[in-house]
Design a protein. Structure first.
Length: 554
């Protein structure tokens, strides 16, 4: 029997990580499919025997990452919307922002010491240290080292991936800045060889001080951190639609237990339990009306702007709003069975599912990093072999530096982290926006395929219309003036919050019609309204109300 299980994955930072984890799990015997999401740091695996959760977690561990099965306890916790909303909070961006600010504070003086004096004729500061290239190089190296320590995540992740037989975007960053730092140290040792007891060869020392690459070692992780911070901002925005859906869920419910009304957490409502919903409150769970007449605003789930009448036997959905009458209901679906939970789950699953284009991006990312490492090495070798003919003025030792800088440039510019995030971010935002407007996508492929549709069949009201009714015509009976009919309707409907009542009010206000005094106003859920104007009973409502009151609309 095929099982579908969700796992939390730790340590993924780029699209290459996704491809590496996916490849490690998919090659296990019994695994049908493994969908890995960088956006949610999770993985959904479809498998059958002989595969099992332990083997799947071990495969991820061997690939250099961590994995944990989402247990039933954690699944139950996810039913508590407040805890789920807490999990969706953007906790990564503030950390990255602090790291970026500190890195920039250190990078500015590093750039000044490394290149400012050459480009703008700035003099080396710090007195005696400024006159000693070795001490000055030490200062540059110290600043670069501090920046690298601040951004050590790149190095631990990149080296770990390399040691486990793979390479990710962090590997490029680690190699690019790490090799630049080591090369700078090597130049420092060369410089020190010209400082002897017989004196210092300042010409040689100054020459090699120009070959220090500490500013590159500090610049690379700082630039990538800027990208990571922007990336984190994007990831944070993608969950806003999901958080707005969670906001629909009420935190509390009024239930009847032992003949008494008590208030409990909505997540604690049991199936079959009787709960009460007053006007203006949201339904805590799915249920069926036992007693009462009202109407509900279900636009958050269905996209329909018109209220839906509710009476005995009518179904109600969690997250929708009871408008006018008090209702007594019986809980039919609670926890992860409610309609609101299914919608939230669908938005989450859409982010984890793969479109054709995202699968292609993962495949490219899987071979991209090794290819870039190869290209970088090739650039270095080619410059060493053929560079002399291209740049004749360079001595051999400068040619080595020149070739090295070109190879480092290839590593630095080839970090397409956006490749792994562009598609999942678009999917999460698209499915989230759709859910807010009552449009649900079963998976990411469904969302992608909508762009290829030739025909689509839609319900009219609130779907292809704007959802705000307007009065198009006022048709009075013979002997009744149009303005008089509108005045009576306006005076009655002024007491109501129904969308049709608002349309009548807008029409009357456009014509500057005055209100008539009204008494004994009464809402008739599912029918309309009643009130007395000039001591005469007046009704506004649907045809059922007119028939019951013996009023003909012929």
């Amino acid at each position: 029997m095929v099982k579908d299980e969700k796992y939390f994955v730790e340590g993924m930072t780029c699209a290459s990580c996704v491809a590496h984890v996916s490849k490690a799990v998919n090659k296990l015997p019994g695994v049908k499919d493994a969908n890995v999401s960088l956006l949610t740091n999770s993985m959904t695996v479809s498998y059958e025997e002989p595969a099992n959760p332990h083997e799947i977690c071990e495969a991820v561990k061997k690939a250099g990452y961590g994995a944990k099965l989402a247990s039933k306890e954690e699944s139950k916790k996810s039913d508590d919307y407040s805890s789920l909303k807490e999990e969706l909070k953007d906790k990564e961006t503030p950390k990255l922002l602090r790291r970026l600010i500190l890195s920039l504070i250190l990078l500015i003086p590093l750039f000044y010491f490394g290149m400012g004096y050459m480009n703008m004729d700035w003099h080396w500061p710090l007195g005696v240290i400024g006159e000693n290239p070795l001490m000055f190089g030490l200062l540059e190296g110290s600043l670069a080292l501090l920046i690298m320590l601040l951004n050590r995540n790149f190095y631990t992740s990149g080296v770990k991936a390399l040691l486990h037989g793979g390479a990710n975007m962090d590997t490029l960053v680690a190699l690019g800045s790490g090799v630049a730092f080591l090369y700078g140290l090597a130049m420092m040792f060369v410089m020190s060889s010209f400082v002897t007891s017989n004196g210092t060869d300042y010409t040689k020392v100054m020459h090699y001080s120009m070959c220090l690459t500490f500013e590159t070692a500090g610049m690379v992780p700082t630039l990538i951190t800027i990208g990571k911070t922007l990336e984190s901002f994007s990831k944070g925005k993608t969950t806003s639609a999901l958080r707005s859906l969670i906001d629909l869920a009420p935190k509390e419910a009024h239930v009847l237990r032992d003949g008494k009304e008590i208030t409990i957490l909505a997540s604690d409502v049991q199936k079959g339990e009787t709960f009460l919903v007053r006007p203006g409150e949201s339904f805590p769970v799915d249920g069926i009306v036992l007693n009462g007449i009202s109407s509900a605003n279900e636009s958050a789930l269905t996209g329909e702007s018109m209220p839906v009448d509710k009476k005995e036997g009518s179904p109600v959905s969690s997250g929708t709003i009871n408008l006018n009458g008090a209702l007594t209901c019986k809980a039919t679906n609670v926890g992860d069975e409610t309609s609101l939970h299914h919608i939230i789950e669908m938005v989450q699953n859409a982010a984890n599912s793969k479109t054709k284009i995202s699968a292609l991006a993962d495949k490219i990312s899987g071979v991209f990093v090794p290819a870039i490492l190869g290209v970088s090495l090739l650039v270095f070798v080619c410059w060493l072999i053929f560079g002399k003919g291209v740049v004749d003025s360079l001595p051999n030792d400068d040619l080595l530096t020149y070739a090295f800088n070109r190879a480092i440039s290839v590593l630095v510019i080839a970090c397409p982290c956006a490749l792994g995030l562009a598609t999942p971010v678009a999917i999460m935002v698209g499915s989230g926006k759709g859910a807010k407007n009552g449009i649900l996508f079963k998976n990411a492929l469904s969302l992608e395929e909508t762009g290829k549709l030739d025909f689509i069949v839609l319900d009219k009201t609130g779907t292809i219309t704007k959802g705000n009714p307007e009065v198009s015509d006022v048709l009075p009976f013979k002997g009744i003036e149009e303005e008089s009919l509108l005045q009576f309707a306006y005076s009655l409907e002024n007491q109501s919050e129904h969308p049709l009542a608002k349309a009548i009010k807008r029409k009357a206000q456009e014509k500057v019609i005055k209100l008539l005094p009204i008494s004994s106003f009464e809402a008739l859920p599912g029918y309309g309204i009643h009130g007395k104007i000039n001591e005469e009973d007046c009704y506004a409502g649907n045809s059922k109300l007119m028939e019951e009151k013996g009023l003909s609309n012929d």
